[in-house]
Design a protein around this ligand. Structure first.
Ligand SMILES: [Ca+2]
Ligand SMILES: [Ca+2]
Length: 175
């Protein structure tokens, strides 16, 4: 009798173990948390995507957030990535007339917290070293959002935040 009970316990234990193992295997299956991430460009600082639909600065920020990303910061501060973003993403879209009538592309830079105190939206203070302003920009106290301006050799311009522009999102490796 005892032997039968022990045997039953062993079988039950073995079954529970098998079920647990299979459940763990299921949990370890790769998830599909990044559908559509194939169309992102991968550079040394992270992954990038150009959204050509023209929207205001706040909507651009939200658009990136909805893509589990942020409006580009590090990729613009970093000269190598910035060149890649220009050469492989923005210029081809611009040359193919995919950017619409806007002045350019929003980036994650503004002085919305303190006027004239420019800050990247990942918290890094803007300096002359990390911010490639176009000559004589920023030039207007009412223009408080940063963008790459197509008529200013794609250098940075302060712009009215309600203007509609395309935008680039970033999933930084460092975040
Ligand atoms: Ca300004
Ligand atoms: Ca300006």
């Amino acid at each position: 009798m005892i032997l039968i009970v022990v045997g039953v316990i062993m079988i039950v234990t073995s079954l529970v173990s098998t079920v647990t193992t299979n459940y763990k295997k299921l949990q370890l299956q790769p998830t599909t948390e990044s559908p559509g991430r194939d169309d992102w460009h991968h550079f040394s600082t992270g992954s990038y995507k150009l959204f050509p639909t023209e929207v205001n600065y706040e909507a651009a920020k939200n658009g990136c957030r909805n893509a589990n990303a942020r409006l580009v910061t590090e990729g613009i501060r970093n000269k190598v990535t910035r060149k890649s973003i220009m050469d492989e993403m923005i210029l081809p879209a611009f040359n193919a007339n995919k950017l619409g009538e806007g002045y350019g592309v929003w980036i994650g830079l503004d002085d919305l917290e303190v006027i004239n105190k420019w800050k990247w939206i990942d918290g890094i203070a803007s300096t002359n070293d990390n911010t490639a302003w176009a000559p004589s920009e920023p030039n207007n106290g009412s223009e408080r959002c940063g963008m790459l301006h197509k008529l200013l050799k794609w250098l940075i311009n302060d712009e009215y935040c309600l203007v509609a522009n395309a935008y680039v999102c970033e999933i930084a490796k460092s975040k």
